[in-house]
Design a protein around this ligand. Structure first.
Ligand SMILES: [Zn+2]
Ligand SMILES: [Zn+2]
Length: 278
């Protein structure tokens, strides 16, 4: 039940109070080298939405398109917007070894690294591709898939190369639910995330997918809150028109779950920002 008392009045429509989007893909789904023509529309969209802090986090397999000098030029042209240089590292069995190496080489120019699990047992297909990836779940033990997925998340968290975990319960994307309590499945992973001092994102992308649910689920957010794991806010936009997607709805959800702070990153250093004081 939404309590009016805890809901900022201007959260009902229009721009939200949320000011940061830490999961964006300027290159979309193919290699597109960074230019001002590619990046400026993202800064323009941010301004229109009232966002003050955004991170570019293209997939690591497109690292060759990331150009730190172009990001610096964009920063100079948009002094009122914090623009973070980032990347989304995943567990691609074919490409992510090169991605890891690139991250190590460019660690000091990167502000922020997202860690993701997009691959289960197939090297040639992301399990989260819609609808094709759903085949990977057919006839399988869903609890075993969940257990395997979260083991891979812990492996990603253990690399020492990530600041935050993306779409933490992406494994639910096609609507498959485990029989076991989610707390029993995810507990060890949240403990490990906490011990590594990593953040977790609140991603509105799940509302665009068959599952139609925030990543992660409310119960996981509650467990993360108990363990004092910090959050970023994220859209996983693959086009500048998706930037800040569903942020008013996310702000309402955060109000209900009593999340009043989000974190931002500069050269991997985490800072906490208060979204609203109640
Ligand atoms: Zn992802
Ligand atoms: Zn992404």
């Amino acid at each position: 039940m939404i309590s009016r008392a805890t809901l900022p009045l201007h959260q009902s429509a229009g721009p939200s109070l949320l000011f940061s989007d830490y999961h964006t893909h300027p290159q979309g789904h193919r290699l597109q080298p960074y230019t001002q023509a590619l990046l400026q529309p993202w800064a323009d969209s941010a301004r229109e939405l009232g966002l003050r802090d955004i991170a570019f986090t293209d997939h690591d397999r497109y690292y060759a398109g990331v150009n730190f000098d172009e990001i610096d030029r964009l920063r100079e042209k948009n002094p009122n917007l914090k623009i973070r240089a980032g990347i989304e590292l995943d567990n691609d069995p074919i490409h992510s070894a090169a991605g890891r190496k690139w991250i190590e080489q460019h660690w000091n120019r990167l502000d922020f690294v997202l860690g993701s699990v997009h691959f289960l047992n197939r090297a040639d297909q992301m399990f989260d591709s819609v609808p094709a990836g759903a085949e990977q779940f057919e006839g399988r033990d869903i609890d075993a898939i969940y257990t395997d997925y979260f083991r891979r998340i812990r492996e990603m968290a253990a690399t020492g190369l990530v600041d935050c975990l993306a779409h933490l319960d992406l494994v639910k994307i096609h609507g498959h639910r485990p029989n076991a309590e989610i707390a029993a499945i995810v507990g060890e992973t949240l403990d490990f995330v906490g011990s590594q001092d990593l953040a977790v994102e609140l991603s509105t992308a799940g509302w665009r997918k068959p599952i139609n649910e925030l990543y992660p689920a409310d119960r996981i957010i509650e467990l993360a809150l108990e363990k004092q794991i910090p959050f970023t806010t994220a859209s996983d936009a693959h086009s500048h028109v998706q930037l800040g997607d569903n942020f008013p709805r996310l702000a309402r959800k955060m109000s209900i779950l009593k999340i009043r702070e989000v974190c931002v990153f500069e050269k991997h250093k985490r800072n906490v920002r208060v979204v609203w004081a109640i």
